[in-house]
Design a binder for this molecule. Structure first.
Ligand SMILES: *Cc1c(COP(=O)(O)O)cnc(C)c1O
Length: 360
């Protein structure tokens, strides 16, 4: 079977060349006679893989020297607890910007650990826009401010970095990870699950300012204490070796693509092809305000649930898979992560045009 265009929100498409390289190296990784899947995580050869992945994170994001790069497990959802356990440690207050479902879940989890408040929210309009914030939105003694940069489900993205003054800023970048340049120095912590843009599922990358480590609550599970992970260079226990290897291959692919500036241009081009069509279509419409539209997740609807269902079925039959919207939004969502080629989006738009013609 030919490869389909996979518009999944996550786990999502990986670059074809990366999958081919992984296949080539599956039985015998670079002459060592066994697979990365079977390798000791204490071996020299695995050490070079995890070091290589870490170096690429640092290089691509230009991570300053006073930050640690951690490879941890449990998905982004586990970090919803790890963040307050590690950083809610002075006033016990934290302020959350609620721009979507993942931010809201992080907020709910953090509430278990202290005085956690909502600083701004866009829930009043089904998260169809990004809330505005100023320094005055946050309590000056908050231990940190938290937000989610790209809202995977609703298809909005922050085009600004919230100004929090001296308050450490924590950001979930799961669904826009390595999709464009980011000034890491503006953040205390940036973290993301790998399965949207960086690797298969099973890995979270945490980029954390070193001076914030070492103050986790004493009952913090050892595995969730970022200081423990940092001191062990992410090898405190058995890490997800194969996923870290895949991460390294994907980051090498991004580097050979020209880095994050080039990746942004590529992502902008794809998103504009689809948004231009949506803005001109009489049948399909985007669901969020134009200013805050995501380059990664593009939800749209026809306004008729039966027609949406027909479209999803016919699109899937034609090789455009996983285009159904999240259950809380309905309609469709095309996720156009890094690995989606321009041809995939062009082909989808052609298919939508034909569908519009045939059904109106
Ligand atoms: C997918 C996603 C999550 C949840 O990730 P898990 O690894 O499944 O826990 C959290 N935040 C954002 C922005 C996401 O896109």
């Amino acid at each position: 079977m030919a490869r389909v265009y996979n518009f999944s929100a996550g786990p999502s498409a990986l670059p074809e060349s990366v999958l081919r390289q992984a296949a080539d190296e599956m039985l015998d990784y670079q002459g060592c006679g066994h697979s990365v899947m079977e390798m000791s995580h204490r071996s020299k050869v695995f050490q070079s893989i995890i070091d290589g992945a870490r170096d690429l994170v640092k290089e691509l994001y230009n991570v300053p020297d006073n930050y640690k790069i951690l490879f941890v497990q449990g998905g982004a959802s586990t970090q919803f607890a790890a963040i307050p356990l590690n950083f809610l440690n002075k006033s016990g207050k934290a302020d959350y910007i609620i721009s979507g479902r993942w931010a809201k879940m992080a907020y709910k989890e953090a509430q278990k650990y202290g005085d956690v408040q909502i600083a701004a929210s866009s829930e009043d309009k089904m998260f169809s826009y990004i809330p505005e914030t100023t320094r005055e939105s946050f309590r000056p003694d908050a231990d940190y401010v938290y937000y989610c940069m790209n809202n995977t489900i609703y298809g909005t993205t922050f085009k600004y970095i919230p100004d929090t003054g001296d308050i450490p800023l924590v950001c979930d970048v799961s669904s826009c990870f390595f999709s464009e340049p980011l000034d890491i120095s503006k953040f205390a912590v940036v973290y993301g699950g790998a399965q949207k843009n960086v690797a298969p599922a099973g890995l979270v990358i945490v980029i954390v300012r070193e001076d914030l480590l070492g103050n986790a609550r004493d009952y913090t599970p050892t595995m969730l204490d970022y200081k423990v992970q940092a001191d062990a260079d992410s090898l405190y226990n058995t890490p997800p070796c194969f996923t870290i290897y895949m991460c390294k291959l994907v980051l090498e692919w991004i580097k050979s693509f020209g880095g994050l500036e080039e990746m942004k241009a590529h992502n902008l081009k794809k998103a504009n092809i689809l948004y231009d069509y949506l803005d001109n279509s009489k049948m399909f419409k985007g669901t969020v305000v134009k200013e805050d539209r995501s380059l990664m997740n593009i939800p749209f609807v026809t306004g008729d649930a039966d027609l949406d269902a027909k479209f999803i079925k016919e699109a899937s039959d034609a090789g455009f898979i996983n285009i159904k919207g999240h259950k809380t939004v309905g309609g469709m969502r095309a996720s156009t992560y890094n690995a989606m080629p321009i041809e995939g989006v062009e082909a989808l738009v052609e298919f939508m045009k034909k569908f519009e013609e045939a059904n109106s």
